[in-house]
Design a protein around this ligand. Structure first.
Ligand SMILES: [Zn+2]
Length: 256
């Protein structure tokens, strides 16, 4: 009884706009949306609040994605965090293989830094895994802090040109697109017969670019993510986004 009343309370809650990056990060952690949040050098509170609100909504509605959403914020902070976790792992490994602590730390740090990706693009979903297959604490959707200044114009242009699906023109688009990929991985949507047959039909008849977006025409993965971005981010999603969006919800509900 106690547990379900707590869940009800959480499920009914909305993200509340925060005044500082730190407050937004703390809000997400406090409400169990992520384990770690760090917006790094990002200072635009409109961006941070739009981003956080979209993530908050997605994780509350689809809590089975929570496991891979350990972190959100700046990808630069995410990479730093992952490097530390990987280095810790590697230090243990080298010590158990006869290296001194000092030597082990030196080799481990070098290897961890070299294996980490370099911040690139506007945003990404990164789920680094350790040697045991467990997610590192840094897995999740992150934003490139060095793109903060160009972000809102960029999103506006991509959506208006039709390269991105029709959705609200702010960073919620990015979150929803990335959540679309996560739902695809969780539910193996690329093998869903209904989605696959719609995709093949539209592809054969050259209907994806106008019916969804230019990006959706890349492959079935991007098709699914773009349909989800429009389904979640538009007040009036068009028919293909609506079909795929509703199918995804149906599939998600089957695993509950
Ligand atoms: Zn994508």
């Amino acid at each position: 009884m106690v547990e379900s009343s707590v869940n009800d309370k959480i499920a009914n809650m909305n993200y509340i706009g925060q005044k500082t990056p730190k407050e937004a990060a703390d809000f997400l952690i406090k409400h169990d949306i992520v384990d770690h949040a760090d917006f790094g050098k990002i200072t635009d509170m409109e961006l941070i609040n739009d981003w956080s609100a979209a993530l908050f909504d997605s994780i509350q509605k689809y809590p089975k994605l929570r496991e891979s959403m350990r972190f959100t914020g700046a990808m630069q902070s995410q990479v730093d965090m992952a490097v530390k976790s990987l280095a810790d792992d590697l230090v243990d490994y080298y010590k158990s293989n006869g290296y001194s602590e000092r030597e082990a730390i030196k080799i481990a740090m070098k290897e961890a830094i070299e294996s980490a990706p370099k911040a690139d693009g506007m945003a990404w979903t990164w789920n680094p895994r350790g040697s045991n297959g467990e997610y590192y604490n840094a897995g999740g959707i992150a934003f490139n802090e060095s793109r903060e200044g160009i972000c809102s114009n960029y999103i506006k242009e991509e959506i208006e040109s039709g390269f991105w699906a029709k959705a609200k023109k702010d960073v919620s688009y990015i979150i929803n697109h990335e959540i679309g990929h996560q739902l695809d991985h969780l539910l193996n949507l690329q093998s869903d017969t209904e989605i696959v047959s719609l995709y093949k039909h539209l592809k054969t008849n050259n209907k994806i670019i106008n019916g969804v977006s230019g990006y959706a025409n890349t492959d079935i993965e991007e098709f699914i993510a773009e349909c989800w971005a429009e389904f979640k981010g538009s007040k009036n999603p068009r028919k293909y986004a609506k079909f795929v969006g509703e199918r995804i919800i149906e599939r998600y509900n089957e695993i509950n």
